[in-house]
Ligand binder design. Sequence first.
Ligand SMILES: CC(C)(COP(=O)(O)OP(=O)(O)OC[C@H]1O[C@@H](n2cnc3c(N)ncnc32)[C@H](O)[C@@H]1OP(=O)(O)O)[C@@H](O)C(=O)NCCC(=O)NCCS
Length: 285
Amino acid sequence: MAPDPISRDTARRSTWDERCTAWHLLDRPDLGVDEQCLPPGSSSRAHTHDRSRQFFFVLSGEATVVLGRQTMTVPAGTGIEVPPRVSHELRNEGDTDLEMLVVSAPKVAGKPYAHRTRPLARSRGGLVVGSYLRATRRGDLRTVVDIEEALDTRQWIGQGGLEWHAAVLEDPRMEHWVLVDRLDRVLAFGIMASSDQPGVVELRRTVVAPEGRGQGLGRLLLRQLLEQARARPQVTTVWLDVGDDNTRARSLYRSFGFVEKEPPPWATLLDNGLYMEWNATSHEG
Ligand SMILES: CC(C)(COP(=O)(O)OP(=O)(O)OC[C@H]1O[C@@H](n2cnc3c(N)ncnc32)[C@H](O)[C@@H]1OP(=O)(O)O)[C@@H](O)C(=O)NCCC(=O)NCCS
């Protein structure tokens, strides 16, 4: 018997990032055909598939596709092939919905775009063992921004976004660090900035991925950032600006010997920001 025609109305539907939708028009192990809609400003994360070869055909709007190291524009009425094991990312940088037909052979398992290709474990303390600080690379920035944009993070920090972080990486006065585990998964990040004041550096940002919090990663991140600061010649003072209602962060900083003080005239703080200062003579409590 011939199958019934299938459409958005009758196909199984899934969503990701709360805004993007896929209708699974053909859902067989050897072949998947999805119709997908990505609203303006949305994107997939860079990811690869071990076995699946895919073809993305743009029905309307325009896709920005990052394939390996190459970025290209794929307008409506054109398509692009993505071979297995090639990293790819799709973005809708236009003003209208990006609608695509996505053919995958074999079918891609799971959500169309996994939030993290390698999810973090939740074992208490387990993530701390073997994790270390390394300089951030451009390829880490998507995860950094995901962490930053998560609920319960954004409210505590100032500027951000992919472009802002990319500019920080290029800025010789700034140091961008990530804390990674043994699999090189980004668990947390921190930013330090030079100051015009002799012997002083500013800790601009300390953020742990929400699913990794409460396991000692914040403590490990801060300890290693302070070691980096100390390794700089003549640095004696590290200061930071923390929201007065950010009790979690304030108690972490206090336990390392940061003290809340009247801000010096050169320190620029957020509206509800408190000035906290650490001196090389202080030690972790
Ligand atoms: C602040 C932050 C970095 C702490 O990271 P974390 O991995 O949860 O912290 P840890 O598990 O290492 O805990 C370290 C200390 O933080 C404090 N802390 C952590 N969670 C806390 C909570 N829910 N309430 C109060 N204090 C808390 C405690 O002093 C704790 O030490 P303890 O476990 O010995 O009591 C993390 O919560 C975060 O990323 N928050 C959002 C971004 C942010 O606010 N950054 C700071 C901007 S200035």
